[in-house]
Ligand binder design. Structure first.
Ligand SMILES: C[S@@+](CC[C@H](N)C(=O)[O-])C[C@H]1O[C@@H](n2cnc3c(N)ncnc32)[C@H](O)[C@@H]1O
Length: 224
């Protein structure tokens, strides 16, 4: 018997069928992001884009996008995303016509993700930039970002030390979670309160928790 959520497929027709499906979805929806996913499947078959764009990841980023709009506004000259991975959140923000965003810079320490992020966001032209860098080594003052986003706080050793590098008053959106069992999560938090204490923001416009099946995601929007 086959479980309904895991339809059978033969491994030899993947990623070809994934590419066909994504191209079809892009044509049907007119989505630049989905077209970018098709290009990633074709050009970077080694990239785990299915993980980065699974429904839990998408729900967490839709949550971020909606609360950002509600709590931080729609107009940005430069958004800087840290631990940006394949650039899914930048693509979701750049595609959303409720926002008016000039440029999003996505920084990640892993050199393997830079090209994938570029491919995913290629339809947004020079509104997107991917850079390989350690977020602890960036000169944030020179970036002049009007919003700094880090939805990978569970992946960095010292949240307070990183936030201390941002110019005082910088607007931020942060996500972490209590998914302790995932080996790459080196700095989870057990509760929203613990996240608030670790971040030590000078202003909090939004603090919330989004329960998922295996873990809860936490988000703070405010300023350092
Ligand atoms: C698995 S991904 C993102 C997960 C997260 N929940 C999300 O989608 O927003 C975490 C990313 O953080 C990056 N990362 C970890 N430490 C970093 C650092 N010091 N500077 C920049 N990027 C970092 C990793 O390379 C990885 O691509």
């Amino acid at each position: 018997m086959t479980h309904a959520s895991h339809p059978p497929h033969s491994s030899h027709d993947w990623p070809e069928s994934g590419y066909d499906l994504a191209r079809g979805l892009a044509a049907y929806t007119g989505s630049v992001l989905v077209d970018g996913i098709a290009s990633v499947i074709a050009k970077h078959p080694q990239a785990n884009i299915a993980n980065a764009f699974n429904h839990k990841q998408v729900l967490c980023k839709l949550w971020a996008r909606n609360e950002l709009l509600r709590n931080a506004g729609s107009d940005y000259d430069r958004i800087v995303v840290l631990g940006g991975w394949y650039g899914v959140l930048p693509a979701m923000l750049l595609e959303d016509t409720r926002f008016n965003i000039q440029v999003i810079d996505s920084f990640d320490i892993d050199p393997a993700v830079e090209d994938v992020a570029r491919t995913l966001n290629s339809g947004f032209g020079d509104r997107f930039r991917a850079v390989t860098a350690d977020m602890y080594g960036i000169d944030y003052r020179s970036l002049k970002a009007d919003l700094v986003v880090n939805t990978s706080c569970e992946h960095i050793a010292d949240l307070g030390a990183w936030l201390g590098l941002l110019p005082s008053g910088t607007r931020v959106a942060l996500q972490s979670n209590d998914y302790f069992s995932e080996p790459s999560h080196i700095n989870c938090v057990s509760s929203l309160e613990e996240f608030e204490i670790k971040a030590g923001l000078s202003l909090i416009d939004f603090a919330g928790a989004l329960p998922m099946k295996k873990y809860t995601r936490f988000m703070l929007i405010g300023a350092v």
